[in-house]
Design a protein around this ligand. Structure first.
Ligand code: PEP
Length: 250
């Protein structure tokens, strides 16, 4: 069976001192909580401090992004190798905020996925449609293009380390969550795409997280869906009490 994952995307929040406090609170409560893969993704400047706080606990570290080169003249960027060196096991790639604000393409996202895997990181590939795309009836095409583009040139073996996060753009940070049924429909479609691109076994084994205003009041219904294997959480990951409740979903 697929092990559930609850991942906190802290986005552009928390100073080093604040990140230390939040990760310390999580470490105290979740140190030995092995039933779920627990992941936190602080800003780059807090990675070292958070790594220090969660060392030896069940909590794992993630980067929020990476650049698809190891080293070189790429001012302001961070490489997968450097994230690995800082203690990261995962890296979020293709978040909708980066797709929208920085115009990241599926091709660029695919390059990052490949370089992350080469460095020994596990990518969390984010995909999702905008409200307009959903209302125009383009949702399935958009998801198919993002999955096929993002995972191009990958093998079934690579897929053992890939996590997908379905995050409808209209639900991110808006307080509007997809209904359990809407989320399940998209997840089941994505699993079908994986079967077509790879194998039935890959489709069955790949974890697909839901993201978009997940909070303590809606996590249980979402997690009860057959094809929802966890959550990528923004706002509700910034308060220890809320994030701990999400990790302890029922
Ligand atoms: C996210 O940033 O990936 C996200 C889902 O944010 P929020 O939970 O705040 O909607």
């Amino acid at each position: 069976m697929r092990k559930p994952m609850i991942a906190g995307n802290w986005k552009l929040n928390k100073t080093i001192a604040e990140a230390r406090e939040l990760s310390g609170d999580l470490a105290k409560c979740l140190a030995n909580f092995e039933a779920v893969d627990i992941v936190v993704a602080p800003v780059f400047t807090s990675l070292a401090a958070v790594q220090e706080m969660i060392k030896g606990t069940a909590i794992k570290l993630a980067g929020q992004n990476c650049y698809p080169e190891e080293t070189g003249a790429f001012t302001g960027e961070v490489s997968p190798l450097m994230l690995k060196d800082a203690g990261c096991e995962y890296v979020i790639i293709g978040h909708s905020e980066r797709r929208q604000l920085l115009e990241e393409s599926d091709t660029f996202i695919n390059q990052k996925i490949i370089k992350a895997l080469e460095a020994g990181l596990k990518p969390i590939l984010c995909i999702g449609e905008t409200l307009q795309e959903r209302e125009n009836g383009d949702m399935l095409d958009v998801l198919a293009n993002q999955v096929k583009g993002g995972l191009a040139n990958l093998s079934a073996t690579h897929m053992a380390d890939v996590v997908i996060a379905y995050e409808p753009v209209w639900a991110i940070g808006t307080g509007k969550t997809a209904s359990d049924e809407q989320a399940q429909e998209a997840h089941s479609f994505i699993r079908g795409l994986l079967q077509g691109m790879f194998t039935k076994e890959v489709a069955f084994a790949t974890r697909i997280l839901y993201g978009g205003s997940v909070k303590p009041s809606n996590v249980d219904g979402l997690m009860a869906q057959d094809d929802i294997d966890g959550a990528l959480v923004g706002g509700a990951s910034l308060k220890a009490e809320d994030f701990i409740r999400l990790v302890r979903f029922e």
